[in-house]
Design a protein around this ligand. Structure first.
Ligand code: GLV
Length: 372
């Protein structure tokens, strides 16, 4: 029986059902009680005091300072998110601390949110509802006071074809869309070929009227020929390894887009240059944007994205894409982020998989634990 009197500090309440799993196993669990994240100094203090495991969210900066404070006794960082750009992977590797994430369980929720916000922006649902609420709905009219753009049958660019990008492709293919894919790092040609077969079948059986296609193209082609652009890449800053994605969408790449195009970002804020987006919307070089993530969160009051001049075309959401009840809180590791987060923590602390970190499904930085 492994020693289960592990000490764990959670920087955030991840829901009682998942936390109960740890308590029932005898863990000494301390949960930071506030909704806002703890200051880094508190995380360091807790780590210094000898915790075995940390439960973190994307709001916590976990870097060399935190790992050094762990001084050999910090055994795992379990992140409640698929993205982990807040955790310095190189520093984790130097200190040989495995960290886990909650990939997979939020894939469909995030992709459906991207799809819904894309459609809501194009059909101007927010502006339309405002009309009713503000008593500005005069009468039914063929085109006044405004019209929206349809999604069905249009072309969408999927920028990044990891799990969430592929799930977005699946949803877009159900709306008879042509799909242009771009990914600098990874091309899932089998998945794309399977979607093409489904598209062909839908056309051959009369389920969709137009034949549609899906293919990988370069970034410029994807952005230039699409009516919708949905971003699904991780945030990679210069020098972090791999092709950087910081400000992938900037003044230059925005100018490749059609002036009627809609941009959707559910990945990470710094992947897009917010000033450039605000300017493109203001200059009517971009049809609309639906943004769920920002360079600074919560979105500052002086953000150019709050400019009243672009209010109708710029939809803003509070990093909400994975915010479904089951997706966020279900304690089952195959259903909820909370469940997967605690399972990742347990795997490392209790040395599941014979203690072989290579075999632990939720550990991200496996490279630091290669056996010679
Ligand atoms: C949310 O943004 C996540 O990375 O899970």
């Amino acid at each position: 029986m492994p020693d289960k009197s592990f000490r764990v500090f959670a920087t955030c309440d991840i829901g009682q059902p998942a936390l109960e799993i740890l308590r029932q196993r005898g863990y000494q669990l301390e949960v930071y009680p506030d909704a806002d994240p703890p200051p880094k100094s508190l995380i360091i203090e807790k780590v210094k005091s000898g915790v075995d495991g940390l439960i973190t969210t994307l709001r916590d900066k976990i870097d060399a300072e935190v790992f050094a404070a762990g001084n050999g006794h910090l055994k795992v960082v379990a992140q409640l998110a698929v993205g982990f750009d807040n955790i310095n992977r190189a520093d984790a590797n130097v200190h040989k601390v495995p960290f886990t994430n909650t990939a997979d369980v939020l894939t469909e929720a995030t992709a459906e949110f991207a799809f819904f916000t894309m459609a809501a922006a194009a059909r101007r649902l927010w502006t339309a509802e405002k009309l009713v609420r503000e008593q500005k709905w005069g009468t039914w009219h063929p085109f006044l006071p405004f019209l929206g753009d349809e999604v069905t049958g249009k072309t969408v660019a999927i920028i990044g074809t990891g799990r969430i990008g592929l799930a977005m492709i699946k949803k877009c293919s159900g709306f008879d869309m042509d799909i242009l894919c771009y990914d600098a790092a990874y091309q899932n040609k089998d998945y794309i070929a399977a979607i093409q077969r489904v598209m062909d079948l839908r056309f051959d059986t009369g389920i969709q009227k137009q034949r549609t296609t899906i293919r990988y193209v370069d970034l410029q082609e994807a952005l230039s020929f699409s009516d919708f652009i949905s971003i699904h890449v991780p945030l990679i800053r210069e020098g972090e390894g791999g092709t950087p994605t910081h400000h992938l969408i900037n003044d230059k790449t925005l100018r490749w887009m059609k002036p009627t195009a809609y941009l959707v970002n559910t990945s990470r804020g710094p992947v897009v240059d917010e000033v450039a987006i605000a300017q493109a919307l203001k200059g009517k070089r971009l049809g609309g944007a639906a943004l769920d993530v920002f360079e600074k969160e919560p979105l500052p009051s002086d953000s150019p994205l709050r400019d009243p001049a672009i209010e109708d075309t710029c939809r803003l959401y509070p990093h909400f894409a994975s915010a479904g009840r089951i997706t966020r809180l279900d304690p089952h590791p195959d259903k909820g982020m909370a469940g997967r987060c605690v399972q990742g923590l347990i795997d490392v602390l209790e040395k599941n998989y014979g203690g072989d970190i290579q075999q632990m499904p939720y550990v991200v930085n496996k490279e630091a634990f290669k056996r010679d």
